[in-house]
Design a binder for this molecule. Structure first.
Ligand SMILES: [Zn+2]
Length: 68
């Protein structure tokens, strides 16, 4: 199943960040995908394939599922 994601979407990964947060915002989409932890703001960059493997769920745009 192909997961659709867009720049600015909030996503949940299979593994939470070290800080305990598991909501990430997509801040860059290209050859590499960059996501930002919604709790601590740490950015993680990975290639598309790795991102698709680690991606669990796309929540959509930030305003739909805003936590903070
Ligand atoms: Zn974090």
């Amino acid at each position: 199943m192909e997961k659709i994601f867009n720049l600015g979407d909030i996503v949940i990964m299979k593994k939470p960040h070290a800080c305990g947060e598991n909501n990430w915002k997509i801040v860059r989409v290209g050859v590499d995908i960059k996501i930002k932890c919604m709790n601590c703001g740490r950015e993680v960059m990975m290639d598309r394939l790795e991102f698709m493997k680690k991606l669990k769920k796309v929540l959509g745009e930030e305003n739909e599922e805003k936590k903070y």
